[in-house]
Design a protein around this ligand. Sequence first.
Ligand SMILES: [Zn+2]
Length: 261
Amino acid sequence: MPELPEVENFKRYLNATSLHQRIISVDVRDAYVLKGVTAPELARRLKGRRFESSWRHGKHLFVRADGDLWLRLHFGMTGSLRYFKSRGKAPNHARVLFVFANTHCLAFEDQRKFGEIGLIKDVNEFLKKRVLGPDALDISRSQFREIFTKHRGAVKTILLNQNLIAGVGNIYADEILFRVRIHPATEAGHLSEKNVDEVFRATRYLLQNAIEAKADADLMPKSWLLPHRGKGGKCPRCGRELKSSTIGGRTAWFCAHCQKK
Ligand SMILES: [Zn+2]
């Protein structure tokens, strides 16, 4: 499921391929993806415009078109972007194609169909309406500390709550807690201020490095959890078998030896 590092890479990809070109048509191949806009309206409002810049907040990507119109993208479980040469070569799971004047296209691909596309006027208004917390790479240490003093529950559940911190999902929450050797089910109230500061630093460090590794597990250090997580995986620190359990409705992977409650 695309988390902050994946979405940041989609943003960079879109910036490198799809800005400043006139949009000649928008081809909606599967309308489930549209939220609050119909296919004809999306096409009518974007036709003749250009994507000028983009903005990411948490797992949301916002693309500004000239005329102060924002396209909003959420990648759900399997969403991604692909830029390619001609309409006939659209990927199998392309749900919406933005066709440019040079006949190249940008596809929103989404195999499992949990993605979302909409049009909005104002990004801040949208973030407020969704009650999204600060972006996980923008949040300050004092904001981070405040979240952990005000909220109770498992530390992993807090990291996953998009209304508190936007951008961390299941994979990176596990990675953060593995790095700081904290069991994912640990009660937030039991963490010391030093623990919280370590979680804060690990969040920044891991997200930034995952972005640079193009969010690709094969390019991540072998000392991380991600290349090993899954059945039969071994802890890269102590060599014991990794464990899993359901915390906050999601499957957590961790090392029961290195991460004590
Ligand atoms: Zn271990």
